[in-house]
Design a protein around this ligand. Structure first.
Ligand code: BGC
Length: 804
């Protein structure tokens, strides 16, 4: 070995339950250098990029100066994906992608894997007796229903631990587009219709994942709200709506959590593919918001590699030959400069330097699956929303011993959605299994009938043609009225489960998906009337990924429980809530409208195709869909901002959820009557009921109408009490900052807070009265001016409360 150096391990990742820390390597005693280094290129001497006493910037600059153009182009494009086994990694089969190794320089390949409900990798490998199951955590919508930042961080830690221990470096989660329309096929991967809730919870998740020494990726940046023709969709949105609604959640997550990576989306915004939009990816994301990580494309997104490179979309995934050719030609012609390419490489390399793989972390392939299943169960229970509970149907009385379980999904729980947001878990606990393990007796005759029906109907389903394909649901078992009557006599209570699944590439339909099918409605009707006649109760469980219609049938049942899709432990979590072991404290992160027609985007979702021509993907040889435009003429009036602003009554409002106990709110205290800097608001919340519970308090702000029209109220903060025993009180505190007061003025290119009186409402839901307190802003405040303009070519005619 030259110059007397031995290999010295570089930064070593030390990980414990608390997270990871980096230890400084021991100097090699025989080394004649006082500088720690790792001989990456194995030439026996220390080049600047191997010298850990130099700054990362200097090391990366040196490294890039040693790379050939070919190596550079390889590093900005991933290694590709095998579409037969849907794997983008030879190291971790089933992972979505990986980067090229530059072996000559000792730069390893790093591995990237999905997704929002837990790590998605193949559970088995050829010629390998080991299994590689990951924990199916509850879907994002369950997590957001907890309104609990600490819980999301804890789940993030557990997910990050699996990511690291299975040898993956960058996690392709959290997903954080808005749940814009109930039909959105990937809503289950997202948090909320509200940007503040989405952004704050995504930040908490990123912090948890990254505490494990691996990267998180916030996706899909931005306005990726429909799946139909998702790669050909042009989302036309005003700058105000972009900044206040669609970009706001990403801005919060970037500023609060500094994620390692951002994934650009498939769609265009105002005519430009997001992955090719320099305004979005460089001027706004980096220069205005201060993002300093890596931007990657969504898989196969965009249509010009050189435009992506120029825009600051650093890494093209999964990586294809023609992209490399295009980048090479662009460099030759001078269309793409070396500086642009090197800038992108710098962003990629600074992430690579941080990864476990680069740091030679010895992963175990043995994550803590048993501990993580417990976290999944707790999280699933924390996110359950109790929508209805007449005459204290729940928790189940001690006299309830036998349960008649109806509905296919009672026996075949859906743990999460399909596509890249799916997880290959070892098992899913169904609701019926949950009952069994808590010693409640499930009616055997029904169980046998349903299990046989499910087996027979599933056998009839066609084979999946491709990974993303979502097979149709099997029909409900048709039960005759006599049988139902007999069950009403024999059992103590009925539980009916309605299930829904959805996933990538397609949005849901109104008929038979948002709306219940005739068979489902008939089942609810028959069971309810038979049990009512016996003076027995009916509980309805919604095992769904996103919003369904409830108004037409909800009167028939006594209680409605919304566990969404709660991951592999969902059945246990549901039974924990039904039996009262856990008092539900979940609140809706999305409104349940009365009818689909009441949704602000119902008239134009998922966009209007320019023609009927189906565009084929030349490289994937599959249809991409139709060239489509979706003009967001609802502007800032999305979700509760719309329903409230336009007086649309809803089935269940944003933020709503019942508990088995009651809470009393004290009078809120604000530390100043006039806004001159940050304001602090405090409220005492007391458990006035009979059982222990937690309460989520939501802070809504109503701003004075200045030059800009304002929603009636907007969520600006939220907090959850600790577990309160009857009689106990917790004090929650909130901070109101200038940015919370401001709306975006396109005319002034600035965030402006109007002068006047502001009302703070602290409440149990967007629609409940809560407790209010007011403060004044003496003079209009220009909170921030911006340089970046994000306007559509033609101005969008938007909804207005003054001109509905
Ligand atoms: C999805 C992404 C995912 C990627 C890799 C795409 O189809 O849109 O969310 O991370 O695939 O699996």
């Amino acid at each position: 070995m030259k110059s007397g150096f031995k290999y010295t391990p570089m930064l070593v990742l030390m990980c414990s339950a608390l997270g990871c820390s980096k230890t400084t390597p021991q100097l090699d005693p025989v080394s004649d250098s006082s500088v720690p280094f790792y001989d990456l290129n194995k030439n026996g001497s220390m080049e600047p990029y191997e010298n850990q006493s130099l700054s990362e910037k200097d090391r990366i600059t040196d490294l890039i100066s040693r790379m050939t153009l070919e190596e550079k182009i390889l590093l900005v494009t991933g290694t590709g994906i095998n579409l037969t086994n849907v794997s983008g990694s030879s190291k971790v089969p089933g992972a979505a992608g990986s980067t090229h190794a530059i072996e000559r320089l000792g730069i390893p390949s790093i591995t990237l894997a999905d997704g929002p409900a837990g790590l998605r990798i193949s559970p088995t490998r050829p010629d390998d007796a080991n299994t590689y199951y990951a924990t199916a955590f509850p879907i994002a919508t369950v997590l957001s229903s907890s309104w609990d930042r600490a819980l999301l961080t804890e789940v993030g830690k557990a997910m990050g631990e699996e990511v690291r221990e299975y040898g993956v470096d960058v996690f392709l989660a959290p997903g954080m587009n808005l749940q814009y329309n109930p039909l959105g096929g990937r809503n289950f991967e997202y948090y909320s219709e509200d940007p503040l809730l989405s952004g704050s919870l995504a930040a908490a998740m990123v912090n948890g994942v990254e505490s494990q020494g691996v990267g998180a990726t916030i996706k899909h940046f931005a306005v990726n709200n429909a799946e139909t023709s998702r790669m050909l969709l042009n989302s036309v949105v005003s700058e105000r709506a972009l900044r206040e609604i669609y970009l706001r959640s990403f801005e919060i997550a970037v500023k609060e959590a500094k994620p390692w990576a951002v994934m650009s989306s498939y769609n265009k915004i105002n005519g430009v593919y997001t992955s090719q939009d320099k305004q979005l990816l460089t001027n706004l994301l980096r220069d205005e918001w201060g993002f300093d990580g890596l931007v990657m494309t969504d898989w196969f997104g965009g249509d010009s590699a050189r435009a992506q490179m120029k825009a600051g979309n650093d890494l093209l995934m999964p990586g294809r030959v023609h992209e490399r050719e295009d980048i090479q030609a662009a460099i030759r012609s001078g269309d793409l400069s070396n500086e642009e390419l090197n800038r992108n490489l710098t962003n990629i390399l600074s992430v690579i330097f941080k990864t476990p793989t680069f740091q030679r972390y010895q992963y175990s392939n043995k994550p803590k699956l048993i501990d993580n299943a417990k976290i999944a169960r707790t999280a699933a229970a924390e996110g359950i929303v109790l929508l209805k509970n007449e005459q204290q149907t729940l928790p189940l009385a001690a006299s309830v011993k036998t349960i008649a379980a109806f509905g296919n999904t009672s026996y075949d729980f859906i743990s999460g959605g399909s596509g890249s947001g799916d997880v290959n878990e070892a098992y899913t606990v169904s609701m019926v299994q949950g009952f069994e393990s808590s010693n409640l007796k499930v009616d055997q005759e029904l169980q046998t009938r349903y299990e046989q029906h499910i087996k027979v109907e599933k056998a009839k389903l066609p084979k999946k043609r491709y990974f993303f394909e979502l097979l149709p649901p099997i029909p409900e078992l048709s039960l005759d009225e006599l049988l139902i009557k007999r069950k009403a006599m024999e059992s103590d209570i009925a539980v009916i489960t309605i299930g829904r699944n959805s996933g990538e590439f397609q949005d849901r339909k109104v008929e038979g998906d948002f709306a219940l099918t005739d068979m489902e409605l008939q089942l609810i009707q028959r069971v309810s009337s038979a049990f009512k006649k016996q003076d027995k109760k009916v509980v309805l469980i919604l095992n769904i990924g996103n919003v369904v219609e409830t108004a037409s049938w909800r009167e028939q049942v006594d209680a409605i429980v919304l566990p969404w899709q709660g991951g592999q432990e969902a059945g246990n979590a549901v039974v924990d809530v039904l039996t009262g072991k856990v008092n539900p404290s979940g609140k809706l992160p999305v409104t349940f409208p009365l009818a689909y027609a009441d949704v602000s985007s119902s008239a134009f979702f998922p966009g209007i195709p320019e023609s009927d021509d189906v565009v084929m993907d030349a490289y994937l040889n599959m249809p991409r869909g139709k060239i489509t435009n979706m003009t967001h003429s609802d502007g800032i009036y999305v979700g509760y901002r719309y329903y409230e602003g336009f007086a649309k009554p809803v089935a269940y409002p944003f933020g709503y959820g019942l508990s088995y106990t009651d809470f009393a709110y004290g009078d809120p205290k604000v530390n100043a009557k006039s806004f001159i800097g940050d304001l602090t608001v405090e409220i005492a919340v007391t458990n006035t009921g009979k059982v222990t519970g937690k309460e989520v308090v939501q802070l809504y702000l109503t701003a004075p109408q200045g030059d800009l029209e304002k929603p009636l109220k907007e969520l600006k903060g939220f907090a959850k009490t600790r577990l309160l025993a009857p009689g106990e009180t917790d004090i929650l505190s909130f901070v109101i900052k200038a940015e919370h007061l401001a709306s975006f003025s396109e005319a002034k290119s600035a965030w402006i807070a109007a002068a006047g009186e502001y009302q703070i409402k602290l409440a149990a839901s967007s629609a409940s009265e809560g407790k209010s307190v007011r403060f004044m802003l003496a003079k209009e405040l220009e909170v921030q001016t911006v340089q970046v303009r994000m306007q559509p070519a033609r101005s969008v005619k938007e909804l207005s409360r003054s001109n509905p």
